[in-house]
Design a protein around this ligand. Structure first.
Ligand code: THU
Length: 140
């Protein structure tokens, strides 16, 4: 757990985490930093495995670290990678993000250090969340 405040600082934290990426198979490094409602920052990198399906993305590493420390509300998420373009979260990570982030900002940076931000709705519209389950229960 680290303290972090601005968009740039969050990107810096994500970059630091990216240095720890364990990517012997894809060689594609990803770093992530999530800021929680209480202002704390948790970071993560992708961690690959010889059994490829056991790979954990940077986003989920960071989120699981936060939740395991009792932080369940994410307000900002910064993602960087060793790729040339902005790296958007994969489908599994979007689903995990949606569990702990209801609204907030996504921050990305490409290799040329261009920072772009998006809202939660822009990245993951029509997400399936626990609200859907609650409504289904009410109707049964
Ligand atoms: N990866 C992430 O860490 N986050 C993403 O959102 C996209 C993909 C990782 C998984 C794997 O280690 C590598 O990038 C190539 O797919």
């Amino acid at each position: 757990m680290k303290e972090g405040f601005s968009v740039e600082e969050l990107i810096q934290q994500a970059k630091q985490a990216m240095n720890h990426a364990y990517v012997p198979y894809s060689k594609f490094k990803v770093g992530c930093a999530v800021k929680t409602k209480s202002g704390k920052v948790y970071t993560g990198c992708n961690i690959e495995n010889a059994s490829y399906g056991a790979t954990n993305c940077a986003e989920r590493t960071a989120i699981f670290k936060a939740v395991s420390e009792g932080e369940k509300e994410i307000t900002q998420i910064a993602i960087v990678s060793s790729g040339n373009m902005v790296t958007y979260p994969c489908g599994i990570c979007r689903q995990v993000i949606s569990e702990f982030m209801k609204e907030g900002i996504f921050i990305f940076e490409d290799r040329k250090e261009n920072i772009v931000t998006y809202t939660y709705e822009e990245i993951f519209p029509y997400s399936f969340t626990k609200k859907d389950l609650e409504e289904a229960r009410e109707n049964n």
